[in-house]
Write a protein that binds this ligand. Structure first.
Ligand code: NUP
Length: 211
């Protein structure tokens, strides 16, 4: 099953609800990041709950363990079902997010390698591989890996086995859904859906890649 995850990076509450409502039948989850959460508040999770889809908080949590716990408690209390954390602060910081997620019946994903060109400045030379070890050590549920580099997704899949891979970078960043869908558990798509004149129709174009 390759899910389609709408990255809802708009900054208006009404616009967010309109797009989420139109796309809901075509998607499997909604990802909310800083743009929408800072604009609309964490209560956005409650506003989106009516669509009945899992809600992923893309806050790339990256602090000391205690602060990570405090952040994740807020995320799950608000109604999110998963959180995305950075792995570079280390295994104890990631473990704090994983524990908070699992205590609420939620999931925690760790960024293994980012999708933009500049990511290779630091997400290289064995770092993503080490981050995958941290995923295994902490019991995190999966990784974020770049749709812009399918060969890297393949390499990271070999390390994490059956844990989930959610992959951003499809569409606006150049990633090809036909190539990436068979490799991952979730396609994360933002601008090419929410920026389209007809977001529901744009979401439907990914239907052939949802297995
Ligand atoms: O490596 C990453 N790349 C990435 O694009 C990790 C992410 N979390 N994202 C997020 O995915 C990014 O912040 C945005 O919310 C979404 C991709 O959106 P788009 O490029 O499809 O518009």
């Amino acid at each position: 099953m390759t899910e389609l995850i709408l990255s809802l990076d708009v900054t208006g509450l009404k616009e967010a609800l309109r797009i989420a409502g139109a796309c809901a039948p075509e998607i499997d989850a909604i990802k909310v990041g800083y743009p929408l959460a800072l604009a609309a508040g964490l209560g956005i999770a409650g506003e989106l709950a009516g669509f009945g889809l899992p809600l992923i908080a893309d806050f790339k949590v990256a602090d000391i363990p205690n602060t990570n716990t405090l952040i994740c408690e807020q995320v799950f209390a608000a109604g999110f079902s998963a959180v995305i954390a950075q792995g570079f602060p280390g295994p104890d910081s990631v473990a704090a997010c994983v524990e908070a997620a699992h205590a609420h019946g939620g999931e925690c994903y760790v960024v293994a390698e980012m999708s933009h060109p500049g990511a290779l400045t630091f997400f290289s030379a064995g770092v993503p591989e080490r981050l995958c070890e941290i995923v295994a050590e902490t019991g995190a549920d999966g990784i974020i890996a770049p749709a812009t580099r399918p060969e890297r997704v393949r390499a990271l899949r070999a390390l994490i086995g059956k844990k989930k891979i959610l992959s951003p970078g499809i569409g606006a960043q150049g990633g090809d859904p036909a190539e990436i869908a068979p490799l991952v558990d979730g396609m994360i798509v933002g601008r090419s859906i929410y920026g389209a004149a007809d977001p529901a129709a744009a979401a439907r174009t990914y239907a052939p890649y949802r297995r």
